[in-house]
Structure formats: C-alpha cells, structure tokens
Design a protein around this ligand. Structure first.
Ligand SMILES: Cc1cc2nc3c(=O)[nH]c(=O)nc-3n(C[C@H](O)[C@H](O)[C@H](O)COP(=O)(O)OP(=O)(O)OC[C@H]3O[C@@H](n4cnc5c(N)ncnc54)[C@H](O)[C@@H]3O)c2cc1C
Ligand SMILES: NC(=O)C1=CN([C@@H]2O[C@H](COP(=O)(O)OP(=O)(O)OC[C@H]3O[C@@H](n4cnc5c(N)ncnc54)[C@H](O)[C@@H]3O)[C@@H](O)[C@H]2O)C=CC1
Length: 498
C-alpha cells in the first residue's frame, strides 16, 4: 500500500556539510514548507565565503556554528538536535533518541562516516574525525614523546607535517607516501620537503579555513561528546597546538610496505621478551635496541617492533549507515555506503543520500570519481536537494556539472595541491602516458594523457595551470601535436589554447 506522503515534511539527517547544504537548498526551493534537519551533533557545519575558482574548482571556508544560526538564516528550517536511532522506510518515519518520531515525504540521509580504525576499543589507538576526537588527540600529544601514525591518506599526510616536538613513526602499506593522492614521483617531491624542513620555520600559506566561531561557546555534555560529530575539514589543525613534549621540529621515521601486526600493552610486552627498536634518528647508522619503557608496543608485519605513547589510525572511513539498516533493505556499495543513482536516490522509495554516507553508483563521467571529500559533500548535498525538489514536482533533472570532472584543491606540506580528473590514471590501465615537469622545492606538474587527450593532472606548488588544464580535460581536445610543449615552462600555454 502506498504510504501517505502528503503528511510528512522534507527531512534531512546530519548536520555536516552535506546535510546543511541540502537543508538550505530545500529551504530556498520550498520557502513555504518546513524543512527538518535532524542531527546528532550540537553544532552544524556552514559553508562560508564560497568561491568558484574555475569551472569546477571551488574553495570555501567552513564554520562550526550553533544550529540557531542556521534557523535564523532560514526561517523555514527547524533543527532537531537528536540522533536518529531507527528508520521505518515503509512507514516513511524516523525515530530519534529523544523519543520523537518524524514522518517524512522525502528524506535525505547525510550522516557522514566514521574512522575505520585498525583496532576498535583500544584506548591507545586514536582516530580523528570531529572536534572532540581532534581535541582528545591534542591532549594526548602534549604528554607524548613518540607516537605512531598508521595510514597513508589525507589525515596522515597532514599530521606528519604539523606535529612538532614528538618523534613520529609513520607506518605505511605502500612504497611511497600519500598513496590516495599521489604517485611515487610526487611523493618523492614532497618527502624531500618534509625531510629538509626539519628546523625551518613554516611559512604561512592561505588555504581554506576551518573555524569554530560561536560553536566553541557551546557546552558539550557528556552525552553529546559520546555521539558522532561532523567531520573536520580544511585547516582543522590550524587552531590546535600539535606539539609533543620535546623541543624539536619534525622528527619522522617512515616504515614502508608494512602493516600493524599486533599491539601490546606494556605489561603484556614485558613478559614477551621481544626486542623493540630505538627511534632511527639517522638512516645510515645501525638500529639499536630501545631501553626506554613505553605504554604500548607495536609489532609491524616487517618484523620490527617500536614502543610509543599511542597510535593514530588514519586508515580511512566507513559510512555511518548503522542506525538506518534495521528492517530496511538498502543496496550497499562495496565500501559500505548507501548506493545512490544519478538522482541521489537510494534503493528505497523517497530516501536520498549525500556526502560521505553514500556510494555513487551512476555511470560516472570518464574523468570523475567519488572521494570522500568536503567539496563532494557540498556538491552532493546541493544536488540531492535539487533532485528531491524536482521529484516532488514529478520530474527528474540532469546530472550537475560539478560531477563532470573530479577537482580537488588542498594543501599538503604547505604546498598548494590541485588534483584534476584521473590524476593518478585511476582505471586507465596501462594504456596511458605521463608527462612530468618538476623543479625541486618549487613545483611538480604531472599530466595523464590517453590517446592524445588529457585525462588528469596533479599540480603541486603555484603552477597557475589549473584553469587551462581543467578546460583541456573537459573539452578532450586532441593534444598529440603539442607533444612535450604542453609542459614547457617557456611557453605560455594559456595563450596556446585561448
Ligand atoms: C581530519 C579530517 C580532515 C579533513 N580534511 C579535508 C580537506 O582538507 N578537504 C576535504 O575536501 N575534505 C576533508 N575531509 C573530509 C571531509 O571532512 C568530509 O568528506 C565531509 O565533511 C563529509 O561531510 P558529510 O556531511 O557527508 O559528513 P559529516 O561531516 O561526517 O557529517 C555527518 C553529520 O551527521 C550526523 N549524524 C551521524 N549519525 C547520525 C544519526 N544517527 N542521527 C543524526 N545525525 C547523525 C553527525 O553528527 C554529523 O553532523 C577531512 C576529514 C577529516 C576527518
Ligand atoms: N586535504 C585533504 O583533502 C584531506 C582529506 N581527508 C579526507 O578525510 C577522510 C579520512 O582521512 P584518512 O583516514 O586519511 O583516509 P584516506 O582514505 O585518505 O586514507 C586512508 C589510508 O589508510 C590506508 N589504510 C587503510 N587500511 C589500512 C590498514 N589496515 N593498515 C594500514 N594502512 C591502511 C590506505 O592505504 C590509505 O592510505 C578521507 O575521506 C580523506 O579523503 C582527510 C584529511 C585531509
């Protein structure tokens, strides 16, 4: 039997970038209707100073705000600060932890993701996701002399560069650093910066800002601290003093091609009679046995054992789908997200999803892929609202232009980093060529070419090439005749293609 759809409202779950953007857009589309935003966190995330840098590249600041700020901006948005504990999709209804139930006509699930830890429930293994977990990390770091970072993606890259006064053992599965964002060439370019900047003062560099203005005045109750908050984002470490106990800048040792085999607590380790290694300060000297006692010991799959104060598991995320599963037969992606089609619809009627919680299952443009990023959360939230609005008027809409080309701008090791299209030749097989230009300490430019067409690019440093390359990838012009001139620094490539 068809449920009584006209009774409900538009309901959005999640106060992160995806949920807030979706609710805002619905509020604009339906000024006469009440939009419910149900969120487990005491604060919401707002996009401010949005700037379209080029056709698809965007930059914005992110502010954590009390939910009243959103309600004041949109009189038809009502924020309910309570976690959803159950969804009854056949009845078009959600149940929240405060004992209420809310009937929806259309629902958008934007509950984000949580850290996928290498080991659940171990107090010495920390994950970083929201303000509370970042503060807990900072607190532990102030007492630490040595930590281990496991993982090779965005969080690990940012942490190894930011942490000072504490020895860092960085354990990665791969041959080179930053595998989710770079190839070995770019990694080499960045590693030299990491190792050479040990005692240099860091130069300030403008990037997307993350602020907690207003929100820091919010009192977090214990119950709230236990619930999931929104993901941090650009410059999340800007306001944190990431300093250990010692008076030095970077001190990093990288262990490649290994994983964590076992973590031992001190007492457990003492009876094992295994030999932990001292921190390898100099790669050329032989490694010595560590005499110091540490709260935890980590055995790596390469056989080495290091003691440390704690570990950070920066090993990716898993979508927060759990509260919505009971009794609802959602189609799930391999990464555990709610599958969504090109109208951001999940497999269940009138339920949409956007941001980190979803797995994009439409036929993507040849130069787009999903990555769980701030920008995609915003774009998906916005587009989901547009789709919900169109569907409630009985039609569907064309895929938004932002999904034509993958574009991400960020900062690693104080360099501006722009990633475009199939920047790591993802899914192109062996049938592609790479062109490189690199000036040590200054810039690294890589383009991925296939059949004379540009498919992707990595731009590190102030290259000023993003707009031109974005156009070349979008228009798929045959560039065979230009050959290596494409990257010749003496040729003003913008003039070429004007
Ligand atoms: C440390 C860190 C640094 C990052 N840096 C960058 C970066 O530099 N650039 C970039 O592009 N991306 C970055 N990201 C990724 C980016 O933050 C996420 O992709 C993005 O914020 C996801 O937004 P979202 O709205 O989907 O989810 P989230 O921000 O996780 O929001 C989910 C919301 O749902 C709520 N919620 C969860 N469960 C429930 C429930 N049962 N009921 C009600 N509400 C619920 C939560 O309280 C939260 O408000 C970073 C992530 C982390 C963790
Ligand atoms: N500047 C940026 O754009 C940033 C983006 N982010 C985003 O935040 C989210 C969380 O960041 P990360 O946790 O760094 O995730 P990530 O997905 O970027 O990286 C996860 C890393 O962990 C590794 N890994 C997975 N399982 C492992 C295991 N068992 N043992 C060892 N290594 C393992 C993977 O190979 C990968 O290198 C991601 O969506 C990321 O894209 C985070 C920080 C900065």
């Amino acid at each position: 039997m068809e449920p009584a759809r006209s009774l409900g409202t538009f309901v959005v779950v999640g106060g992160g970038i995806a949920g807030v953007t979706c609710a805002e857009q619905l509020a604009v589309n339906f000024p006469e209707e009440e939009i419910l935003l149900v969120t487990a966190s005491p604060v919401i995330k707002a996009v401010t100073n949005f700037k379209q840098v080029s056709k698809v590249l965007e930059e914005f600041d992110v502010e954590e705000q009390p939910s009243t700020v959103l309600e004041n901006r949109f009189s038809n948005i009502k924020v309910i600060e309570s976690g959803v504990k159950q969804l009854k999709s056949e009845e078009h209804c959600i149940f929240t932890e405060d004992g209420q139930q809310h009937v929806y006509k259309k629902l958008c699930l934007c509950a984000g993701a949580k850290p996928k830890l290498i080991c659940e429930g171990n107090p010495y293994v920390l994950g970083i996701r929201d303000t509370d977990s970042a503060q807990e990390f900072q607190k532990q770091l102030t007492k630490a002399k040595r930590i281990m970072i496991v993982g090779n993606g965005g969080i690990a890259l940012e942490l190894v560069y930011e942490i000072e006064g504490c020895e860092v053992i960085w354990a990665i599965k791969d041959k080179a650093i930053g595998n989710t964002f770079f190839d070995a060439g770019a990694a080499e370019f960045l590693t030299s910066k990491l190792m050479s900047e040990k005692s240099e003062a860091k130069i300030a560099h403008r990037r997307t800002i993350y602020t907690v203005e207003g929100a820091k005045k919010e009192k977090r109750t214990k119950a709230k601290a236990d619930s999931v908050g929104s993901a941090l984002g650009p410059d999340w470490h800007g306001g944190l003093d990431l300093k250990g106990t010692e008076e030095f800048s970077h001190s990093i040792h990288i262990e490649t091609r290994c994983e964590v085999k076992k973590i031992y607590l001190q007492e457990e380790f003492k009876i094992m009679k295994k030999k932990p290694l001292a921190f390898p300060k100099d790669q050329h000297k032989s490694v010595t046995i560590d005499k110091e006692m540490w709260p935890v010991y980590v055995e790596l799959t390469n056989g080495k054992i290091f003691g440390c104060d704690f570990l950070v598991s920066a090993t990716g995320v898993i979508p927060n789908i759990h509260p919505f599963l009971l009794g609802n037969n959602f189609d799930l992606g391999d990464d555990g997200g709610l599958k969504v089609d090109n109208q951001m619809r999940t497999s269940l009627p009138d339920i949409y999803a956007a941001g980190d919680i979803c797995t994009a299952c439409w036929q993507p443009s040849p130069v787009w892929q999903q990555m769980r990023l701030w920008t995609q959360a915003r774009q998906m939230g916005w587009y989901a609202a547009k789709c919900m609005a169109a569907a409630s008027l009985g039609h569907s809409i064309e895929m938004d232009f932002s999904f034509e080309l993958f574009a991400h701008v960020t900062k690693f090791f104080n360099y501006k980093v722009v990633l475009l299209g199939k920047y790591n030749a993802q899914g192109l097989g062996s049938d592609h060529e790479l062109m490189l230009r690199c000036t040590r300490g200054q810039e690294y430019v890589k383009v991925v070419m296939q059949n004379g067409r540009m498919m992707g690019a990595v731009l590190i440093g102030e290259t000023d090439l993003e707009e031109t390359f974005e156009n070349l990838i979008l228009n798929q012009m045959d560039l065979s005749s230009y050959g290596e001139d494409l990257l010749d620094p003496n040729i003003d490539i913008e003039d070429y293609f004007d």
